[in-house]
Design a protein around this ligand. Sequence first.
Ligand code: FAD
Ligand code: NAI
Length: 468
Amino acid sequence: MTDNFDYDLLVIGSGPGGYVAAIRAAQLGLKTGCIESRETLGGTCLNVGCIPSKAMLHASELYHEAHSGALEKFGVKLTGAKLDLKQMLSEKLKAVEELTGGIAFLFKKNKVDWIKGRGAFENANTVKVGEKSYTAKNILIATGSSVTPLPGVEIDNDKHVVVDSTGALELPKVPGHMVVIGGGVIGLELGSVWLRLGAKVTVVEYLDQILPGMDGDIRKDAARIFKKQGFDIRTGTKVTGCTVKGKKATLTMEPAKGGDSETLEADVVLVAIGRKPNIDGLALEKSGVETNDRGQIEVGHDFQTDVAGVYAIGDVTPGPMLAHKAEDEGIAAAEFIAGQQGIVNHDLIPGVVYTYPEIASIGKTEEEVKDSGTEYKVGKFPFAGNSRAKTNRDTDGYVKVIADAETDRVLGAHIISSLAGTMIAQVTQAMEFGATSEDIAYTCHAHPTHSEAIKEAAMAVQGKPIHI
Ligand code: FAD
Ligand code: NAI
């Protein structure tokens, strides 16, 4: 296809959006290059996001189980379980290295050129990296996102006192007291890691509830479960400043609605108040592409910007900042660029919080359905009535299914369960196929599995579950 360009497609950024798009484009016969400023491929997700956080969540859960005596009721007596944090961090690094190295292998296998360095537009068909310029018929911006700074709270990951998620994934010792600013996904996942490893963890959240955007019942019940685990959650509170003296930080906070301020001492402060699109240094203006008032790049259904031949996907565009959304958009964008039809159903992007228990969500929340004016029915089934969860002593949580009262079509599902992240795929697929709650209720589910709770919640929509 090249038409005198160096490439058919140049991708800027090798996160789950960019690397997947590059591989798909190469598979479809396009001459493809991928520019990455980081030393390794894989973006935020593989280097400092999804992968290292899940490695630490898994390892910290194992430590907690072994150390807390939780296994004794199963007849497993352990004495002297000790934390070797250095080893835990090194195993996490190994997983990151294996996976980022895997992308380099896939690039070679698919003949994608890895162009090392920071890319900046020269025009809508040219990107400069260092001293060299590369031309391409199509350019895909997949530069991702980085942490939103909080004025008055300066992050310095190297000092291990005020950190962002990257710093919180490599603390050299367990803090006595960690204060997390932001009761969202990062705050609760990484707060869980350090809570399990022995820290006292306080979460300071500006809004009245944690986990914004999730179903109201789930937000309330998740907070109750986290508090039971030992999280100190302070909602409706804003941080107004932070001073650091040596290895201690002092935060100043006040009620979000105004009132007396108070201070809170911390050994580590984790700033996790959201992420912002990466557009700095990209010289976007030279391409003609503009951003919206949130700094995001708007695209059409084919992921093309207002400038022909310039595309964008993933965290740099509107929508949930999730790796699987970026990946699916990467595949679809590559397919559009190759002249095919790409498909992403943005109404059905699952969201999972990998705490214990996990929290997973698909489709609309009850609040969204109510606001839309649609008449609806709700079916709930608690894991206390699920035989496998009971056997595993793992009964925190429930499945909530929301269906259209008239058509019975499933509009949303929300799950709190140790296996919620895996279970949500079933409802997502059912919803993709336009399933009714009756379709799910009459689908045979293996016994004994946690997934039976989805069937029973669907039966509950019709008022007839068996086990409650
Ligand atoms: P990114 O992964 O951010 O990749 C963009 C890449 O572009 C980066 O490597 C960057 O170095 C590079 N880049 C930027 N500008 C330039 C330039 N000018 N030139 C060259 N290269 C450039 N999502 C999930 O779905 N599940 C999870 O479990 C999950 N856990 C997370 C945990 C943490 C701690 C964090 C921070 C995020 C997590 N996320 C998770 C979110 C997920 O990481 C992002 O949604 C995803 O990485 C976005 O992919 P992307 O391709 O858009 O961008
Ligand atoms: P978030 O948007 O999930 O949560 C940020 C929280 O901070 C919100 O509850 C918000 O109300 C609160 N907040 C904002 N300003 C505040 C202030 N000044 N003081 C106190 N609280 C304040 O953002 P988070 O946790 O930083 O994660 C960023 C993104 O990374 C998310 O959008 C998520 O999509 C992605 N991510 C996904 C994961 C997953 O899929 N499991 C894991 C980690 C991150």
